[in-house]
Design a protein around this ligand. Structure first.
Ligand SMILES: [Zn+2]
Length: 94
């Protein structure tokens, strides 16, 4: 089954990816967690972003004196990539 990103998905992606640290730390509300997992099952972009985030977080947690949260610039870069995708998709609609 092929599922490509539609414009309707992108605001949801950004809303969900706004709290990756909470999700990865298990602090996110259970129903929100489930919505995120359901969304990711059909959204390749979010799978990649979360896979990357998860690996980064695991790496951080494996270090001594690891910060509890991702560095802001890593998170910002991942979100920026999604926003670039969103704006290029919006442009191609015109
Ligand atoms: Zn998504």
């Amino acid at each position: 089954m092929t599922h490509s990103h539609t414009q309707a998905d992108l605001p949801r992606c950004r809303a969900m990816l706004g709290q990756p640290n909470d999700y990865l730390d298990g602090d996110l509300a259970a129903e929100l967690c489930q919505a995120l997992e359901t969304h990711m099952a059909g959204c390749h972009d979010c799978q990649i972003v979360f896979d990357t985030l998860g690996q980064t977080v695991r790496l951080y947690h494996s270090l001594d004196d690891a910060p509890a949260e991702l560095p802001a610039d890593i998170e910002a870069r991942l979100l920026l990539r999604l926003q670039e995708k969103a704006s290029s998709a919006a442009r191609s609609e015109h």
